[in-house]
Design a protein. Sequence first.
Length: 76
Amino acid sequence: MTASDWSKILKQLRTKPAVMQKFIRNCKPKERKTGIASKKCERCGRFGAHLSQYNLNLCRHCFREIAEEIGFHKYN
């Protein structure tokens, strides 16, 4: 089950609180501690090519877009 499926199902179960509690208790996706799914870009949500240096938590694509705005200089 993907994260998008998880959110779709929760939207459908809002009208049924008892069923929703049971679903959350038994089918909740686990928190990832290692592997590619443990780090996610804060801006777009990508998993790959992650820059966690300086606590940026961005993928390389987002970093290239906003690097000069946050104070990084590009050298040729």
